[in-house]
Ligand binder design. Structure first.
Ligand code: HEC
Length: 124
């Protein structure tokens, strides 16, 4: 029984990887900005809590790529080491999981952000 469950998981993973390979291009305007508006903008606008504490504005592609007072939060092509992705996935300290103090993003939204970063985090 256990083996069957594991095999099911492997098939699901393989299907997901196959689907991910033939992916269409993710757009900053069409896909990324709506997620940021819904889940991040509240605090990462001029004078918002997140902006005040970290210096991070998420109101434009330019401000997003500039990052915090400590530097960029996105490394184009590399979602694994991009701080923004680490935080929405909860891979860093719980105190800075994003959105701050709220429920995590749905997995499909996280996947969109990841793919956009993997594809170069373009202003497209
Ligand atoms: C409810 C307010 C709030 C929301 C919503 C929010 N943030 Fe934040 N964010 C903060 C605060 C406050 C900080 C500063 C955290 C600290 O340093 O203790 C911060 C800091 C950050 C940092 C910098 C972390 C660091 O210290 O390097 C990143 C990156 C970040 N947020 C990304 C996001 C993303 C992406 C979203 C949307 C998915 C988001 N935030 C939504 C409040 C928020």
């Amino acid at each position: 029984m256990k083996a069957r469950i594991l095999r099911g998981g492997a098939i699901l993973t393989a299907t997901f990887l196959l689907a991910a390979c033939g992916q269409k291009e993710i757009g900053y305007q069409a896909d990324v900005q709506p997620i940021i508006k819904q889940y991040c903008m509240e605090c990462h606008v001029e004078g918002g809590k997140g902006h005040e504490k970290s210096g991070l504005l998420m109101t434009s592609h330019e401000s997003l790529m500039k990052g915090t007072q400590f530097g960029p939060i996105i490394k184009p092509g590399d979602s694994l080491t991009s701080v923004m992705i680490m935080l929405v996935e909860g891979r860093a300290d719980a105190s800075i999981k994003m959105p701050h103090g709220k429920e995590s993003l749905p997995k499909e939204k996280i996947d969109l952000l990841k793919k956009w970063v993997e594809q170069g985090a373009k202003n497209n």
